[in-house]
Design a protein around this ligand. Structure first.
Ligand code: GTP
Ligand code: MG
Length: 197
């Protein structure tokens, strides 16, 4: 995918701030620190379009990035960020789940799981919820550069098994460090969008 333009449109704190341009939206869902914001930068081939951090809990708003004036990549806050209070957890949960459940323009959810580890309980909960949602989603195993090539298939298989993924849900691997997986993920995004036209 050739990126002609990539712009941060808004950091939304509520639905009234979501853009009304009508572009299809591709949302990044996953545990805090799994690499959602980094993945957006990598997909856009921009270094610091989305803010990233070594510390979990960096992204706190729903951030819209307009790509080629054609689609939005949507960066979501991560789940499982331990330092948040219980009340805030609930608030966050509702903010994100309402977006995923109610947003008409949502075309695809990218569910990110750290390729190094077996899925955690909150990953499993999120995945079970996605299965019932009826919106296309894809699993992306992140930080692939930390796993040797030969071991990657076993790791992705463990993730699929841990999440009890149905066979029709695709899974890819990605490294935002090296850009591996970039073409495959763009290809997948394009194929989902072309089916919806
Ligand atoms: P929150 O905003 O807190 O939900 O986190 P996030 O999922 O947006 O994670 P972010 O992109 O900020 O990345 C978290 C950390 O992981 C940063 O230190 C990144 O540099 C690192 N990271 C992200 N992707 C990769 C990757 O593909 N490989 C490696 N080695 N590190 C990565
Ligand atoms: Mg982030």
């Amino acid at each position: 995918m050739k990126i002609i333009s990539a712009k941060c449109i808004i950091s939304a704190v509520g639905p009234d701030q979501y853009p009304d341009t009508g572009y299809p939206e591709i949302a990044m869902l996953g545990r805090s620190n799994v690499g959602k914001s980094s993945l957006i930068n990598s997909l856009c081939a921009r270094r610091a379009l989305a803010r990233t951090s070594g510390r979990p809990g960096k992204t706190q708003t729903i951030n819209y990035f307009a790509i080629n004036e054609q689609l939005y990549l949507v960066d979501l806050p991560g789940y499982g960020y331990a330092a948040t209070s219980k009340g805030k957890h609930r608030e966050w949960g509702e903010f994100i789940t309402n977006y995923l459940r109610d947003r008409d323009m949502l075309a695809l959810i990218v569910h990110l799981i750290d390729l190094r580890h077996e899925p955690m309980k909150n990953d499993k909960n999120a995945s079970a919820w996605l299965m019932r949602l009826n919106i296309p989603y894809v699993i992306v195993g992140t930080k692939a550069d930390k796993i040797s090539r030969g071991k990657r298939p076993a790791h992705i298989a463990a993730i699929r098994k841990g999440l009890m993924l149905p066979a029709h849900v695709p899974s890819l691997i990605y490294s935002s460090e090296t850009g591996e997986g970039r073409n495959e993920l763009w290809q997948h995004i394009r194929s989902v969008l072309s089916k919806q036209e």
